[in-house]
Design a protein around this ligand. Structure first.
Ligand code: NAD
Ligand code: DAU
Length: 330
């Protein structure tokens, strides 16, 4: 199958390009190469590359020509950046999705939208994990923009008969994740002896899903998912402080680096999803955070300083100062 992988130079998209190549499928990547895109992530994998914006119909038409399917990973993906400036999130996550759907509609392509468990919002501690029919209760500008993309997909299925499905994945971890998200930020800071900024009390809960397991779920939905159907891709639920203690153990960093700082505005306490529906298609995760997933991820960052050191000395420094300067009093 020839698949257009939008956002294929980013974290999860690059793992998906790798999966397609290993299966003998053909990957065509369309990526704008924002701060989060890095061609090095797929330098050793067979693919065709187009630099461009998913919100640009001309760029989409050029890249998608001859493809059988579109899998849309392209997004502004970081909650904290969406709080600093939501506009870019609407342009890519909502308008970009609609432009891709238009192409799929007019060229009869299969379409998979890579969405997130964040659209279900805060799940009370005592509540059961959300199934796919739970209401959308987006909290951040990021999750609201992803929810907007999801609604466009469902509208295109119902109104125009597009053959599209949605996946809603949990917090994803693994090699090549840009060091703004919790795991790579804390791992790389720990290696450099820098402070580890824990938002609030650190007792928020997330489900942790390895990038390879996430991509296997998305690929299964591409091939076996139904039109208009949504599939949760779950992980292992952990309190942030448990994960952070694991990072200290595996990096050997001192707990003295921990700083409890001002919380993220609107911060969801818990995400929890039920992936029975995806499991019934045959999906089962192969990794767990404490069964080697965290240790292997820490080892990857230890062995690949050449990947993250240039990132942390570039545009990232201004972002870090704006995001953490006041919180850490630096
Ligand atoms: P990422 O930020 O690492 O990568 C995003 C990629 O999209 C980058 O390569 C970037 O250059 C590209 N991009 C951004 N705007 C673009 C545009 N307008 N046109 C073309 N390319 C553009 O993100 P990620 O963590 O790999 O997430 C991928 C997808 O998975 C996103 O849709 C995200 O919402 C979703 N998701 C992420 C997680 C997670 O924990 N990281 C969990 C669930 C779902
Ligand atoms: O749940 C899926 C989502 O997971 C994806 O849709 C998003 O793209 C992805 O970024 C991720 O969102 P989160 O906001 O949950 O991930 P993040 O790594 O930013 O934060 C994880 C938890 O750690 C969250 O409770 C906030 C906390 N945190 C994060 C950072 C960056 C801290 O305590 N300190 C930090 O510096």
């Amino acid at each position: 199958m020839r698949v257009l992988v939008t956002g294929g130079a980013g974290f999860i998209g690059s793992h998906y390009v790798r999966l397609l190549a290993a299966q003998g499928d053909e990957a065509v990547v369309l990526d704008k190469l924002t701060y989060a895109g890095n061609r090095e992530n797929i330098a050793d994998v067979s693919h065709t590359f187009h630099q461009g914006d998913i919100a640009d119909p001309v760029a989409v038409a050029k890249a998608a020509e001859g493809c059988d399917a579109i899998v849309n990973f392209a997004a502004e993906s970081h909650v904290d950046r969406s709080i600093m400036g939501p506009a870019e999130f609407i342009l890519t996550d909502v308008l970009g999705t609609q432009v891709l759907l238009d192409y799929a509609r007019h060229h009869n392509l299969r379409y998979v939208q890579v969405s997130t468990d964040e659209v279900y919002g805060d799940i009370p501690l005592e509540a059961a994990p959300s199934t796919e029919d739970a209401p959308i209760r987006a909290s951040s500008p990021y999750s609201a923009s992803k929810a907007g993309g999801d609604l466009q997909v469902l509208a295109y299925v119902r109104t125009f008969g597009v053959n599209a499905s949605i996946t809603r994945g949990a917090n994803t971890y693994g090699p090549q994740q840009y060091p703004e998200k919790l795991l790579p930020l804390f791992i790389t800071n720990a290696f450099d002896g820098l402070e580890l900024p824990v938002y609030g009390d650190g007792r928020q809960r997330r489900e942790w899903l390895h990038a390879e397991d996430h991509c296997a779920g998305i690929d299964l939905v591409l091939r076996k998912g139904g039109a208009g159907e949504i599939y949760n891709v779950s992980g292992q639920e952990r309190e942030n402080m448990d994960v952070i203690r694991g990072i200290l153990d595996h990096t050997g960093a001192s707990p003295d680096l921990l700083r409890h700082v001002a919380d993220r505005p609107g911060h969801d306490r818990r995400y929890a999803i039920d992936s029975t529906k995806l499991r019934s298609l045959g999906w089962a995760p192969r990794h767990t955070l404490d069964g080697g997933g965290l240790a292997d991820t820490v080892a990857w960052y230890r062995d690949n300083r050449a990947w993250w050191e240039p990132i942390k000395s570039g545009e990232y420094r201004a972002y870090y100062e704006a995001q953490y300067g006041n919180r850490l009093g630096s």
